[in-house]
Ligand binder design. Sequence first.
Ligand SMILES: [Zn+2]
Length: 75
Amino acid sequence: MTRVLTETQRRVLYRRCFDHLVASCTHCERGYMLTELTSGLPEHRAHTCRQCRADLTPSLLDHLYRCREINPPIA
Ligand SMILES: [Zn+2]
């Protein structure tokens, strides 16, 4: 089952993390900006690597914990 971000988490990402890399694909060793992950249909909430289709949601969640732009960090 694919994990998805909560509305709150998505809102924080859009507000704070619009100008830097928010996820990376370990397979392709490629970083992604938020804008590169949101080109899908609105109802398609999974965030996947454009090259290998790996699920990048765990990477996004990890960013939410680590990002210095988000203060205090949210879970
Ligand atoms: Zn990939």
